[in-house]
Write a protein that binds this ligand. Structure first.
Ligand SMILES: C[S@@+](CC[C@H](N)C(=O)[O-])C[C@H]1O[C@@H](n2cnc3c(N)ncnc32)[C@H](O)[C@@H]1O
Length: 275
């Protein structure tokens, strides 16, 4: 497990993980609601829903905040996201959709109707309504996180939003807690730089993929003002190297996001469309 930071320190660094404060972006279309829902979704956690910001992300810190003092023994950026309530507003804020473009990311996963999709490091479950709708009634979304309170929050959220095909599960920092050959897609958004032993972790993910399955790792561009401080960011080449070290075929996916890139990986040794 990553070492713990002082709560204030953790809060400052965390501000930079899900984007810099954005003042005047238009409110987004809210995420989908319910498995297979075709109607306009609505957000489960509207801005201001969460309290508990004493320890979590406070507003008004810009991207230049340097967290300092991070320990990089294994390359991962130690960080804790212990209390879901501290992060809901930050992760689910109405400005996020404009730069996160969740619909584009979910579209990049291909046709996932009826598939099993893992959202690894799912946090407060930002992607769950989108994934739930995309896999439909016959599919399954497995929301995995190392933080017990995030898992509790996602379980409650799934019930509250009627996301019947979503299951939340707790994992550990070095083990994604997935059954062998069980996942068609594994989506990993803004998490990879926290993983302590990345190639070893990637090997476990590779074992969890079905033969034609694929990983999608989304992380912040090195030159983006969003995300963690630059020294904690990983470029796409580094992520592809981590995945290749685990025996996966990795390449940059063609997804055009303003602040992030997407690396995709498969068990196959040559490019192939995920099915
Ligand atoms: C920056 S948040 C991103 C949350 C979510 N993916 C999103 O885009 O809103 C990172 C999340 O990854 C989780 N996490 C960190 N290391 C992890 C690991 N090794 N395995 C699974 N989850 C991890 C944290 O607990 C946290 O909830």
């Amino acid at each position: 497990m990553p070492s713990r930071l002082h709560p204030v320190h953790a809060a400052l660094s965390a501000l930079l993980l899900i984007g810099s404060p954005v003042a005047a972006e238009p409110p987004p279309a809210p995420p989908a609601q319910g498995a297979g829902a075709k109607t306009s979704p609505k957000p489960a956690d509207p801005p201001g829903h969460a309290g508990g910001h004493g320890k979590g992300p406070a507003a008004g810190h810009g991207p230049a905040v340097e967290t300092g003092g991070h320990h990089h023994a294994h390359g991962g950026m130690p960080h804790r996201f212990e209390k879901a309530a501290d992060w809901v507003q930050r992760f689910e804020g109405p400005e996020r959709e404009a730069w996160q473009k969740p619909a584009q990311i979910v579209a990049a996963l291909g046709d996932i109707t009826g598939k099993t999709v893992v959202d690894l490091g799912a946090g407060t479950g930002y992607f769950l309504p989108y994934l739930s709708r995309a896999v439909g009634d016959k599919g399954k979304v497995l929301a995995v996180d190392i933080e017990a309170d995030m898992v509790r929050h996602m379980k409650e959220r799934a019930v509250r939003e009627g996301l019947k095909n979503v299951e939340a599960r707790q994992s550990t920092a070095d083990d994604p807690a997935l059954e062998p050959s069980s996942a068609d897609r594994v989506l990993i958004v803004d998490v990879w730089h926290h993983v302590p032993q990345r190639p070893a972790f990637a090997k476990k993910l590779a074992a969890a993929l079905r033969p034609l399955g694929a990983l999608f790792i989304v992380d912040f561009k090195l030159d983006s003002p969003r995300g963690p401080p630059r020294k904690h960011k990983l470029g796409p080449e580094q992520i592809m190297a981590d995945l290749k070290a685990a025996g996966l075929f990795a390449e940059l996916a063609k997804v055009d996001l303003p602040d992030q890139y997407v690396v995709t990986a498969r068990i196959a040794t040559k490019p192939a469309s995920p099915q």
